[in-house]
Design a protein around this ligand. Structure first.
Ligand code: DX5
Ligand code: ZN
Length: 227
C-alpha cells in the first residue's frame, strides 16, 4: 500500500472550485477530501449534497466525504446519491455507531470512522475490523489552517499497532495541520491517507505543493516499516 494524498477543498477558493480541483488532480492527488460541517457538531458550516453532486462532475478522483455533523444517518443517503465514494462519520456524533457503520455499508461505499483528538482509540476497538478507514483528527474539527496537535502522533502509532497486530485491512487517514514539514513524521507514525487543506490550497503554487508532498511520501514510504 502506498501513501495517498487527499486535498481538502475546505481551504480552496469556493468561487473557482472546478479549476482548483483540476489543478490538484492533474498534479497527482489521489482523493478529494470533502469536509461537511453543520454548525452543531462543529462550530462552522460548509457544504451539503448539492455541492458534492456538482463536484462529482468536475473530477474523476474518488470523493472522501468527512461528515462533521450530528445525526449523520439522516444525511448519509443524500451524500451517497450525490456521488460520495466513501463516508466517514465521527464516533462522537452518533449514539449508535455500530448501526451507523452498517447503514453506510448498506450503500456499498467505503466506510470510515473518525475520532476527535481527545477521543481514545478504545471507542472504536470493537468496530475496527469492519471499517475501511480510521480517520484520526490531528486538529479539533471545524476549521482549516490549524496547528497539528503533537500527541496525536502517538495515537496514530497505537492505531497502526492494533491494525497490524490484528491484521485488519482498515487504513489510517490523518486530517489536520499536515504540511511538508511534518509529513514524514505522520507517515512514519503509520498514516496512509494524508489530508491537506491549507498546505495545498493556500500555497502559491498548489500543483507544486502536491508534487512536493508526493515526493516526500514516496521517499519516506520507501523507508517506513509500514508502507
Ligand atoms: C478540519 C477538517 C480538515 C481541514 C484540514 O475540521 O476536517 O479536513 O480541512 O485543513 P488543514 O490541512 O488546513 O489543517
Ligand atoms: Zn476533514
Amino acid at each position: 500500500m502506498s501513501i495517498r494524498l487527499a486535498p481538502s477543498i475546505l481551504s480552496a477558493n469556493f468561487a473557482a472550485l472546478g479549476d482548483q480541483i483540476r489543478v490538484v488532480e492533474e498534479a497527482g492527488a489521489h482523493l478529494l477530501h470533502v469536509d461537511v460541517m453543520d454548525g452543531h457538531f462543529v462550530p462552522n458550516i460548509t457544504i451539503g449534497p448539492p455541492v458534492v453532486k456538482s463536484l462529482r462532475k468536475a473530477t474523476k478522483m474518488p470523493m472522501d466525504v468527512h461528515l462533521m455533523i450530528s445525526d449523520p444517518d439522516k444525511y448519509i443517503p443524500a451524500f451517497v446519491e450525490a456521488g460520495a465514494n466513501s463516508i466517514t462519520v465521527h464516533a462522537e456524533a452518533t449514539l449508535h455507531l455500530d448501526r451507523t457503520l452498517d447503514f453506510i455499508r448498506s450503500y456499498k461505499v467505503g466506510v470510515g470512522v473518525s475520532l476527535n483528538p481527545a477521543t481514545p482509540l478504545s471507542v472504536v476497538e470493537h468496530v475496527l475490523d469492519r471499517v475501511d478507514m480510521l480517520l484520526i483528527m490531528s486538529v479539533n474539527p471545524g476549521f482549516g489552517g490549524q496547528k497539528f496537535i503533537p500527541y496525536t502522533l502517538d495515537k496514530i502509532r497505537q492505531a497502526r499497532q492494533i491494525i497490524e497486530d490484528k491484521n485488519y485491512r482498515c487504513v489510517i487517514e490523518v486530517d489536520g495541520g499536515v504540511d511538508t514539514f511534518n509529513l514524514a513524521e505522520v507517515i512514519q507514525a503509520g498514516a496512509e491517507v494524508i489530508v491537506a487543506g491549507s498546505a495545498v490550497f493556500h500555497a502559491a503554487d498548489p500543483a507544486r505543493k502536491i508534487k512536493e508532498m508526493l515526493e516526500i511520501a514516496a521517499s519516506v514510504g520507501y523507508h517506513s516499516k509500514y508502507v
